[in-house]
Ligand binder design. Structure first.
Ligand SMILES: Cc1cc2nc3c(=O)[nH]c(=O)nc-3n(C[C@H](O)[C@H](O)[C@H](O)COP(=O)(O)O)c2cc1C
Length: 177
């Protein structure tokens, strides 16, 4: 798929068809995401991939508010995380600048963007869900305490064609010097 078309056709999908996402595709998508740059190439992003129907149901119904529970029916659930106090910290454990763990989150976000685009290229669609219960996800998937949980990515086959939400004007977001 031509790149401009790929980035313009990706949409947040909130209705998925009842079709399983094979593990091989998820692995291919994660490998593509790993091509993202990361602070000192530390690659601290993590993916907890909930693929089985039984576990998906359990996570969806216990770790999401009802709107995200409904929006992710039938989708694979990819819980994303990053190692805390690592990226953006010096050897003494001190933050290198004011962003601190913001840099770990930044790296995760860069990888996740590639995840969304690779999924789209392979005929899958996605929804980033920032509204989730991190404590319940940690308990359900045994996510270590030294990792911070980011968004959950719903991944599946779209059963709707959402319209493109309006983007702000370039003058609103960019200054040129
Ligand atoms: C960090 C982040 C968190 C989000 N959390 C949610 C969410 O919890 N539920 C939801 O339905 N959409 C969520 N979204 C999706 C946004 O609403 C969506 O990306 C935005 O409206 C633009 O639409 P588009 O993705 O189709 O371009 C989230 C997006 C991002 C980047």
């Amino acid at each position: 798929m031509e790149f401009q078309h790929l980035i313009e056709s990706r949409r947040s999908v909130r209705k998925y068809a009842d079709k399983e996402v094979p593990r091989e595709l998820v692995e291919e998508i994660i490998k593509a995401a790993q091509e993202a740059p990361s602070w000192k190439n530390q690659q601290t992003s993590k993916y907890y991939c909930v693929l089985s129907k039984e576990k998906r149901e359990a996570v969806r119904t216990s770790c999401f508010p009802s709107f995200n529970e409904q929006r992710s029916i039938n989708a694979a659930l990819i819980v994303t995380a990053f190692e805390k106090d690592n990226v953006g910290f010096d050897d003494n454990g001190q933050p290198i600048n004011e962003l601190g763990n913001g840099w770990g989150c930044y790296d995760l976000g860069m990888q996740n963007m590639l995840f969304l685009l690779k999924a789209k290229e392979l005929g899958l669609d996605t929804l980033v869900m920032g509204i989730r219960d991190a404590d319940k996800l940690r308990a359900a998937l045994d996510i270590p305490a030294d990792e911070e949980i980011g968004a959950v990515l719903a991944l599946g086959y779209a059963d709707e064609e959402p319209k493109r939400p309006r983007r702000r004007e370039i003058d609103d977001i960019a200054k040129f010097y």
